[in-house]
Design a protein around this ligand. Structure first.
Ligand SMILES: [Zn+2]
Length: 100
């Protein structure tokens, strides 16, 4: 068996990005220079970072689908995402983000 030669990698990748891991967050933060991508405020401690799913798919945590936001900008996104989140397992992810 070969684990490297082509095949069904698409579904594997989806699984891989189902959870917003620490390394994904790092990638997004480094790309945005640890700033909010809406208002450009520096993200540190109490004001973030929070992550918005650009295409609205909460299980699509590819860095290209994520934006780092401060707590104020995320307020608007949170409403949108929590509405969708009732159907999925996003609550686990949000729980980690909010640290509650
Ligand atoms: Zn902001």
């Amino acid at each position: 068996m070969s684990f490297f030669g082509g095949g069904e990698t698409a579904s594997f990748d989806k699984k891989k990005y189902e959870i917003l891991t620490l390394s994904i967050r790092q990638t997004v933060l480094e790309r945005s220079h640890h700033r909010c991508q809406k208002c450009s405020v520096k993200l540190k401690g109490s004001n973030g970072p929070f992550f918005e799913h650009i295409n609205g798919a909460l299980k699509d945590n590819r860095p290209s689908n994520l934006r780092s936001l401060c707590d104020k900008c995320f307020e608007h996104v949170k409403v949108k995402e929590s509405r969708k989140g009732r159907l999925g397992s996003i609550r686990n992810n949000l729980g980690q983000v909010f640290g509650k």
